[in-house]
Design a protein around this ligand. Structure first.
Ligand code: ASP
Ligand code: MG
Length: 438
């Protein structure tokens, strides 16, 4: 069994839905995980925000315009009257449900139910489309197997038991279509795996079924050695290790959601990144082994970083100081990305500044606090530690006229992270490209 996941842009037009249908029909037994059609989840989120604010007229207009887009898609996608009618009924059913929330009170639980409609629609449409083109597929309802526990972590035992049961109901079928992103929470309510979570769904399904391979289909031919949005001469990477892919995904490469690496890594299932616009391209394969040895593989950058420096004479020769600092971040449920220390100060970076005021307040008990917003982490991935390689020096040389605020090096053998002003990011990525890859 292999798992194939197609993202929203791969379903972004009728033509693209049809070509994904062709890709699904080829080959052996598979589970297909679909996102919502591109733009839908954003619009549903916007709809929910209008409902929170009781802006019922705007909400109705938004929904009507989205509905007519879907009806247009249905008209173009299906060729028989029977399937056009099926498609229209499907759209009406989901949009009636969405409309039923457009009244006085709107809750977080209801928002989750609203967001889920995007994936429920895209998968049902694909299933009808395959049916019309004479291909037998079965719709697997993700809400009957995908579940998170009370800590919001996937409940693998539950997922495994239930997806196996669902698949077992159709032993003769080769193609199963299911929703990415959506799940139930520990109380059985509709929930989701957070924005961009369809990749995570695919990886969890792969793990639950001990799949042979997890394929993530997007519209780029795999991981590139630099960010194609800022650097013109990027190249596709053939092979990455799970650790390298996790670093790149976390630090900015948009092609794969960072959470999706772990389940595949834990069960040692290869992840292949493929391009729907160029299905013959081999893409990038992510496995346990690395082929980097003394070589830098890729560079990525993540924006929206704030650095926080805490300076305190009490840190000198003291123990327990860092624990107290870290506890503050834990209390405010804020993850730290980078850390550097000197004898009397510690600097950390965060990418979620929701609780920054409370954090700053609490940190002031321990010393002076300096905040620096608008930073970017540039992450260089490859074999950086090999003694003979001198790779770290090359990285620093490449950035010789860009002020570096923090450097994190040595905690893993495949990553060096540098903190710079976001204004300097494009220059940094290009300099690294010139020095490391040309
Ligand atoms: N549709 C969801 C989102 O836009 C999940 C995904 O596409 O991965 O965030
Ligand atoms: Mg995505």
């Amino acid at each position: 069994m292999i798992v194939l996941k197609f993202g929203g842009t791969s379903l972004g037009s009728t033509e693209r839905i049809k070509s994904v249908g062709q890709l699904i029909r080829a080959g052996g037994r598979k589970i297909v995980v679909l996102s919502a059609i591109s733009g839908t989840t954003n619009l549903l989120e916007k709809y929910a925000h209008l409902l929170y604010k009781n802006e019922n007229t705007d909400a109705r207009e938004l929904l009507e315009s989205l509905k007519s887009q879907y009806l247009k898609t249905v008209g173009e996608l299906f060729s028989t009257e029977e399937h056009k009618k099926k498609g229209q009924e499907l759209i009406s059913h989901h949009f009636d449900y969405l409309e039923s929330f457009n009244r006085d009170l709107f809750t977080l639980y209801e928002e989750k139910a609203v967001l889920a409609q995007g994936e429920l629609i895209s998968t049902a449409l694909m299933n009808f489309y395959l049916e019309e083109s004479g291909c037998i597929s079965v719709l697997l309802p993700a809400l009957s197997f995908m579940r998170i526990d009370k800590d919001h972590e996937p409940d693998l035992f539950y997922i495994r038991e239930n997806i196996k049961r669902e698949i077992g109901k159709s032993p003769e079928c080769n193609i199963f279509i299911t929703q990415g992103f959506i799940c139930r929470d520990a109380f059985g309510e509709v929930d989701n795996l957070k924005r961009g979570g369809s990749d995570y769904s695919a990886s969890l399904i792969g793990q639950a079924l001990d799949a042979q391979e997890i394929q993530i289909w997007t519209d780029i031919d795999g991981f590139h050695n630099n960010d194609p949005r800022f650097v013109s001469s990027t190249k596709r990477i053939d092979k990455l290790s799970f650790d390298e892919a996790a670093e790149l995904a976390y630090f900015g490469a948009k092609i794969l959601h960072p959470t999706s690496v772990k389940p595949a890594q834990m069960s040692n299932i290869p992840v292949r990144l493929k391009n729907t616009l160029d299905p013959e391209s081999p893409g990038t394969i992510i496995t346990a082994s690395t082929d980097t040895y003394g070589r830098i593989k890729a560079v990525a950058a993540k924006d929206g970083i704030t650095s926080i420096r805490i300076k305190s004479g009490r840190m000198l020769l003291a123990y327990g100081f860092l624990r107290k600092v870290f506890e503050i971040f834990e209390r405010h449920q804020t993850a730290i990305d980078m850390i550097t220390t000197s004898e009397v100060s510690v600097s950390v970076t965060i990418d979620d500044d929701k609780h920054i005021d409370e954090i700053e307040n609490d940190l002031r008990k321990y010393g002076t606090v300096e905040l620096m917003p608008d930073q970017s982490i540039v992450c260089v991935v490859g074999d950086l530690i090999a003694e003979s390689s001198g790779m770290a020096r090359k990285v620093i040389d490449a950035l010789h006229d860009i002020p570096i605020r923090m450097i994190s090096y040595g905690s893993s053998s495949n990553n060096i992270s540098l903190l710079i002003n976001t204004d300097n990011k494009e220059k940094a990525l290009n300099e690294l490209s010139n020095h490391l890859f040309q």
